[in-house]
Design a protein around this ligand. Structure first.
Ligand code: PLP
Length: 360
């Protein structure tokens, strides 16, 4: 019950153990097509360029930046936690110029500050932000941020690593242009795959580039030769075939449950956890409106030894919860209720264990 990887269901683990076939086998090509369809469903998009990248969520982030940011481009980057800082790093490594919009860790991105930055930087062609900040347990208002970017003619790069499958995400309706995620959070798949989708505006920008994407592996024009639509598929890299079986199975499970039903389940278990924590005298670190149901940031009470509590939870209860990251280290716990792990049984188990360890 940490910030990911979340528990993988036996069904997904079973899929992982199927025989390994070739990455150009017709059967595997069929599975690739179905994975694309299921990812379009999960992202709520009809973007043809919607694929799983054969690498973890961080590679999804890097794929969005290296393909869209050209040397000299100005990018507005919002930071209200750890992952916004990595976006800045990505922009710089692409030769771009980041303009930072900072918010307090624990607050959502402030649309007012973003609008000011867009007005002050009419040359900015991209806005980048994290929808679900896993480091702080905070959701930001993606719909409003996307609207602001559109009004200023900028494309949107959005991190939805912890969002996908856990809370509402509408790529097409909101108008986000490069949206990436990870397999091991609310999809409850094994780590190591990054679903990503690019809008037609994003694809146009990639095709119009007159400089090469500096990453060979993540260059979408090359990746498309393998994952692309109608054209004959060509070898680009050996896909992690078994991990793709697992992703396919995890997405089927999500489809069977239904997106809205999954969101409702995450919310219900979150509510149960919050009320149980309240009963133990523990309070949430994030204001109610912006809390992530899948990642619960809890304030550590004065006088409680963070590391000792987590060590006892792990040793005596076989339960992992997350520590605070960066400036929140020692101040917060992060309790994940992601995907398969978002269940009443886990809520109960966590509350019982915390009560015992804290002597409350
Ligand atoms: C986990 C996470 C990532 C990185 O994903 P990895 O699979 O660990 O590389 C990026 N952004 C956010 C918001 C995350 O929670």
């Amino acid at each position: 019950m940490g910030p990911g990887p979340s528990d993988v269901s036996p069904r997904v683990l079973g899929a992982l153990g199927r025989p390994t076939i070739g990455h150009l086998d017709p059967l595997f090509i069929d599975l690739m097509d179905d994975v694309k369809r299921l990812l379009q469903f999960a992202f709520k998009t009809s973007n043809p360029l919607t694929i799983p990248i054969s690498a973890p969520g961080s590679a999804g982030m890097e794929a969005a930046f290296v393909n869209l940011v050209r040397p000299g481009d100005t990018v507005i980057v919002c930071q209200n936690g750890v992952f916004g800082g990595r976006m800045k790093e990505n922009v710089e490594r692409c030769g771009g110029v980041p303009v930072m919009v900072q918010d307090r860790w624990g607050d959502p991105v402030d649309p007012g500050k973003v609008e000011t930055a867009l007005k002050q930087h009419p040359e900015a062609s991209i806005l980048a932000f994290v929808h679900s900040e896993t480091s702080t347990g905070v959701r930001s208002d993606a719909e409003t941020l996307c609207k602001l970017a559109k009004n200023h003619g900028a494309l949107v790069i959005m991190d939805t690593v912890t969002t996908l499958g856990g809370i509402d995400l509408r790529v097409d309706e909101w108008g986000a242009d490069a949206v990436y995620s990870g397999s091991q959070k609310c999809l409850s798949c094994v780590p190591g795959i990054a679903p990503i989708t690019f809008s037609s505006d994003a694809v146009e920008r990639i095709k119009a580039r007159d400089t090469k994407v500096q990453s060979w592996f993540l260059d979408m024009q090359l990746v498309m030769g393998y994952w692309g639509g109608d054209a004959k598929r060509a070898y680009h890299h050996t896909a992690p075939v078994n991990a793709m079986y697992a992703l396919h199975e995890a997405l089927l499970i999500l489809e069977e449950e239904g997106l809205e039903q999954s969101f409702a389940r995450h919310k219900k278990n979150h509510d149960a956890l919050v009320s149980g924590l309240d009963g133990l005298g523990l309070s949430m670190a994030v204001s109610e409106e912006w809390r992530l149901p899948q990642l619960n940031a809890v304030s550590i009470p004065d006088g409680v030894d963070d590391a000792a509590v987590r060590a006892r939870l792990l040793k005596d209860f076989n339960l992992e919860i997350g520590a605070g990251l960066g400036e929140l280290a020692g101040k917060q716990w992060r309790i994940g209720l992601m995907g398969h792990a978002s269940s009443p049984v886990n809520v109960e188990r966590c509350l019982t264990a915390l009560a015992a360890v804290l002597g409350r």
